[in-house]
Design a protein around this ligand. Sequence first.
Ligand code: HEC
Ligand code: HEC
Length: 259
Amino acid sequence: MQATATPCLKLVQASLLVLLIAACAVPPLFAQRFSWDAERENLTVLPEDISGPELRAVMQGFTQALGVRCEHCHDDSKGPRFSDLDFASDAKETKEITRTMMKMVRRINGEDLAEIDRPAEVRIGVTCITCHRGNALPITLEEDLNRVIVAEDVDAAIARYHTLRERYGDGFAYDFRVNTLNNLGYQLLGEDKIDEAIAIFRLNTEMYPQSSNAFDSLAEAYMKKGEPERAIALYQQSLVLNPNNDNAVEMLKQLKAKQ
Ligand code: HEC
Ligand code: HEC
């Protein structure tokens, strides 16, 4: 859970982190001024003598890679302000998980990838962002929405889609391209969740009204549901959008033959 941001904190998040922390740190709000050079109290993975700029680069790298703020991992039980954060405390599980992640990344790069026989200058290493892509949890949009369908229902998943799109639409945390909902719809069809599949394919036609494929998929779901009239109308729509959609031509032939 994120604490409510004060205007100061929002600025801090914006980017010029260190300068702004200094600018925001006006007494008496801040008992002790934050400094990247302060003595390290509780480092168990990073070297204890890590320099201020290096520590800052690592921590800012974490916030960017996960799309979070410092308090995602650091203890904010004393209050919502930056000055309230206790950086040495291990109260948050995410901080401990991060240590596991740091060791994992080190092992992947240092042991697993090191087995690939390529010169160092062309090797590509794994970093937090490789998996997290600006997301606190490295989960695909498809997987995320499917979890909501399983835990709640398809309406909740559609609401979540809109929330995520609003928040991450321009970023790379989730793939909002047309194939994501299409794949999820087919996964649901495969599980015989026909109504859920229809709701997801329909959402895709709303988000991508120019996608012939989105209409073709929705048509297929209605065919499975036993609603040939609707399927015919949707295949026709799909053909309007892409006259080369041979599948739609074929399906229309079959559907009309049965009528
Ligand atoms: C994804 C989790 C995560 C985020 C986000 C994060 N940190 Fe950290 N931070 C850690 C972990 C883990 C350690 C301890 C590393 C170790 O044990 O070697 C740490 C250690 C620190 C320390 C050293 C504390 C000490 O004395 O032991 C400071 C200072 C710090 N972080 C500042 C920040 C600031 C400022 C931010 C926001 C810009 C930030 N961190 C964001 C996980 C995070
Ligand atoms: C190889 C892929 C991969 C890399 C690289 C990776 N992570 Fe993760 N991370 C995961 C996965 C998968 C999970 C979810 C674990 C679970 O809950 O089952 C996760 C979970 C987390 C969590 C817990 C999230 C939560 O809210 O429960 C944190 C914090 C985290 N990672 C931080 C980091 C940091 C910081 C780095 C870089 C040092 C990093 N990860 C690198 C795959 C990765």
